[in-house]
Design a protein around this ligand. Structure first.
Ligand code: TXA
Ligand code: MG
Length: 330
């Protein structure tokens, strides 16, 4: 039984969505900026709020895998297999778009990204709403994704009156994106569901990385998911030396270490287990920013495949300091 207040909050959110408004929506990965995926006014509001350049596709969230064929055409068997295995869950499928899907959703491409999120509040909203919800991560373009309702409020303030609070996200990094529109399944964005798990479910080979003909993925821009302070990747053994150099330059460097901070080091330590690390990563980057770090020294994660998605995100979070913005233009 749900609490009467919860019912009222849910009803207000659904009413807002039906008025073409946009809301902050928790999912198990990160919070989304959600609007009616069949409504151009809602899509335009999402783009305006995020400050995201036009032409970047957004993911359509559904309450049930049975709605897949409303949004995609020529759905391959592999999509049914992955949907059955991983939905609701942190997996986005790129499929050939259905006839009704707007260019505002797909960025004008012939494909559409779809997922069924595994968060009870997201599912309650989706099922009450009935249609698809376009929901990019609820952060300004290029910034770190939000993993709490408070992060979303900090990001948008009064510009986003309704932010549903579903607690801290259980996964903490964005969904795995698998492109099923080409010859071979291809992981375009690594996530908690690893390449090995996708490959095992499909009983076949899975490619990784963007192919030349792959659809565009803004998350694949090098500088993305970035904190405000310049961040760099530093080997464990070099952390103290690097922090000393900052100190001599009157720069307040803060470490984001794994397990423990090195003796005398300042900053935060994240868990040694990859899923727990991922859960806390974005909140930690935001905290170090909020505390006024001039520079963030991120301990280089292990090379084990279980850290692939994390390595991807921390590499992007640190790309700004090693690449010019021009390099990151799509
Ligand atoms: O975990 C997630 O996926 C979160 C939560 C809110 O669901 N959403 C998310 O959305 O990360 P966003 O917009 O920040 O990133 C979605 C990624 C983008 O990189 C976008 O380019 C890609 O999905 N994408 C969406 N549709 C696509 C398409 N048709 N082809 C290729 N990439 C697509
Ligand atoms: Mg995003």
């Amino acid at each position: 039984m749900s609490h009467p207040d919860d019912d009222a909050i849910l009803a207000a959110a659904i009413a807002a969505l039906r008025r073409s408004e946009v809301i902050g929506l928790p999912t198990e990965t990160v919070y989304g900026l959600a609007g009616d995926a069949a409504n151009p006014a809602a899509l335009q509001q999402i783009y305006a709020l995020k400050g995201r350049p036009a032409g970047h596709p957004v993911i359509v969230h559904l309450g049930d895998a049975a709605q897949l064929d409303d949004w995609a055409r020529e759905v391959p068997a592999a999509a049914r297999t992955l949907a059955a295995r991983f939905w609701p869950g942190p997996l986005t499928l790129i499929l050939r778009r259905g006839a009704r899907v707007m260019d505002l959703v797909t960025g004008g491409q012939d494909t559409v990204g779809i997922r069924v999120p595994a968060h009870p509040l997201a599912l309650a909203v989706l099922r009450a709403f009935g249609g698809g919800l376009a929901a990019p991560s609820a952060n300004r373009y290029g910034h770190v994704s939000p993993t709490t309702a408070q992060h979303v409020r900090e990001e948008f303030g009064d510009e986003l009156p309704i932010v549903l609070d579903g607690g801290p996200c259980a996964v903490g990094i964005e969904s795995t994106i698998v492109d099923l529109s080409g010859e071979l399944p291809r992981v375009l964005r690594p996530g908690q569901i690893g390449v090995e798990a996708i490959s095992a479910a499909l009983k076949g080979a899975v490619a990784t990385g963007a192919a030349h003909s792959s659809p565009r993925v803004p998350g694949a821009l090098r500088s993305h998911y970035a904190p405000r302070a310049p961040a760099e990747l530093v080997a464990r053994a070099e952390l103290l030396v690097r922090a000393d150099r900052s100190r001599r330059e009157d720069e307040r460097a803060q470490m984001l270490a794994i397990g423990t901070l090195p003796d005398g080091g300042e900053g935060l330590a994240l868990p040694t287990e990859p899923e727990a690390y991922a859960r806390h990563l974005y909140a930690a980057l935001r905290q170090l920013d909020a505390e006024g770090a001039d520079r963030i020294l991120i301990e280089a994660p292990p090379t084990d495949p279980s850290w692939n998605a994390i390595r991807d995100r921390v590499q992007r979070a640190t790309a700004r300091t090693s690449a010019t913005e021009a390099d990151d233009a799509p």
